[in-house]
Design a protein around this ligand. Structure first.
Ligand code: FAD
Ligand code: NAI
Length: 466
């Protein structure tokens, strides 16, 4: 029987980063992954293919929507959807092969097949041909990720009624796409198809978009999407959807009561959240019981069973690739006797639309609820010279700092390239920076990053360029 220090079940960002770190630390490690390629949801049907389509469709929208013409570039763009999908598939394949390369480099074994725990220290792997192999492991790390949450009455067939995976590969631009759920997936993938020409209606249960996001930022975001042609039906409960060969009829009713209505769509994207994936994992053989949602609880990545660890979407916390990655690394470091740690207060969130949205730390609503006295520094991109010459003036940077100590508590941005720029504040906040630390740090001119500094200056009321 093959013996390992660690057997990891799942080859997504949680599992593959854990594996690489284990290899680096000299542990004998194997990853069990049932997909044909490594990288999990993120590389195969999540972060990466969605960003490939967001990038391509943003350029297409710039070419068709008048932005190129404003810059003095006259073109007559024609959509080649098959090529757009093909370049996405090529990039995704290259990335998944990259993980295979990193596994070889770090002596990580990929055992192809679906794994299940078979009592303490044992993982049985069922290969595609049905053959079963048993692995013996000092430590088992569960990194099995998540799957879309189903919506009762709206059956995903991935033809007319699709989940995120289906929405990444529609065979045509829908005339009318209805998105159920105004969260990250709905607004990113809704943007892709809106830019390619679809009419997009977002139906949301709550009376706002992106629950949990700083309210002012979310409102600005919704206004921006509305300007781009998105339609929003907020406070609506979808009660059913009937698919035919050519489209879907959706029935919904106001959450607060009122007349039901119907909505006709060519395609429907169901994006109401994701739930942990633990099917067939044999958790009962080690006495681990997930909660009602399927979530496996952890205490510093330890489950209730000795020697069984858990990271990523399948456990608590935001369902984000970089959170899974950090947990994977920290978990392995603990297994190796080091001091692995994740700072859950500083996990950034980014929505890769145009404008982008990026946040880290506390929202104004959270600070108010906690009774924290804070100051706000805010700077609009209309006053940032680089954004202005690029015709990217939409949005702002907002810095929230403790009124007494000046320590930065939260940063919320909407605007050009903010998804990359938020990393500056992540580093600053990891070092417990004050807003003055950022305000007095020299930033290169002319860059959009100057808006981050001007917002920090605003906390003490000395913003200079607005
Ligand atoms: P996963 O990536 O889900 O990987 C788990 C792996 O385990 C899968 O490959 C699965 O096949 C395998 N597995 C499960 N059970 C078994 C078993 N029994 N045996 C063997 N293998 C098994 N996050 C971001 O941070 N940024 C983004 O831009 C972003 N975009 C996204 C876009 C979309 C459309 C979606 C759906 C998600 C997106 N996410 C994004 C979320 C991100 O994909 C997840 O948070 C991340 O993939 C979680 O990593 P994980 O390792 O926990 O699980
Ligand atoms: P989400 O949690 O972001 O949004 C779901 C939305 O659906 C919420 O607004 C919710 O109120 C609404 N909703 C729930 N039930 C509903 C119902 N019955 N009818 C109408 N609306 C309903 O979930 P989403 O968008 O599915 O994304 C899943 C996960 O994937 C998220 O946790 C996110 O972190 C991750 N992700 C991250 C991305 C990024 O970091 N850029 C991109 C895409 C996904």
């Amino acid at each position: 029987m093959a013996q390992y220090d660690v057997v990891i079940i799942g080859g997504g960002p949680g599992g593959y980063n854990a594996a690489i770190r284990a290899g680096q630390l000299g542990l004998k490690v194997a990853v069990v992954e049932g997909r044909e390629t490594l990288g999990g949801v993120c590389l195969n049907v999540g972060c990466m293919p969605s960003k490939a389509l967001l990038h391509a469709s943003e350029l297409y929208a710039a070419a068709t929507g008048g932005e190129f013409a404003t810059l003095g570039i006259d073109v007559k763009p024609k959509l080649n959807l098959a090529q757009m999908m093909a370049q996405k598939a090529d990039s995704v394949l290259a990335l998944t092969k990259g993980i295979e390369f990193l596994f070889k480099k770090n002596k990580v074994e990929w055992i192809k097949g679906w794994g299940r725990i078979d009592g303490p220290g044992k993982v049985v792997v069922k290969a595609i041909d049905g053959a079963e192999t048993t692995l013996e492991a000092k430590n088992i790390l569960i990194a099995t990720g998540s799957e879309p949450t189903p919506l009762p009455g709206v059956t995903v067939d991935n033809k007319r009624i699709v989940d995120s995976t289906g929405a990444l590969s529609l065979p045509e631009v829908p005339g009318h796409l209805v998105v159920i759920g105004a969260g990250v997936i709905g607004l990113e993938l809704g943007s892709v198809w809106r830019r390619l020409g679809a009419e997009v209606t977002v139906v949301e249960y709550l009376d706002r978009v992106c629950p949990g996001m700083d309210e002012e930022t979310a409102k600005t975001f919704q206004r921006s999407l509305t300007k781009q042609g998105f339609k929003f039906q907020l406070g609506q409960k979808v009660t059913g959807a009937k698919a035919s060969a050519s489209g879907v009829e959706i029935t919904m009713e106001p959450v607060k009561g009122g007349e039901p209505q119907t909505l006709a769509a060519n395609y429907v994207l169901v994006a109401i959240g994701r739930r942990p994936f633990t099917q067939g994992l044999g958790l009962e053989t080690v006495g681990v019981t997930p909660d009602k949602r399927g979530m496996i609880a952890n205490d510093h990545f330890r489950t209730s069973a000795p020697g069984v660890w858990v990271v990523g979407d399948v456990t608590s916390g935001p369902m984000l690739a970089h959170k899974a990655e950090d947990e994977g690394v920290a978990c392995i470091e603990l297994i190796a006797g080091k001091a692995g740690h994740v700072n859950y207060d500083l996990i950034p969130g980014v929505i890769y639309t145009a404008p982008e949205v990026a946040t880290v730390g506390k929202t104004e609503e959270e600070l108010k609820a906690a009774g924290v006295v804070y100051k706000v520094g805010k700077f609009p991109f209309t006053a940032n010279s680089r954004a202005k010459i690029n015709h990217e003036g939409e949005g702002f940077v907002k810095v929230l700092a403790d009124a007494k100590t000046d320590r930065i508590l939260g940063v919320h941005m909407i605007g050009p390239n903010v998804g990359d720029m938020i990393a500056e504040y992540c580093v600053a906040m990891e070092f417990s920076a004050s807003s003055e630390d950022v305000a007095r740090t020299c930033h290169p001119h002319p860059t959009r990053s100057e808006a981050l500094r001007q917002a920090a200056m605003g906390v003490e009321g000395w913003t200079m360029q607005a």
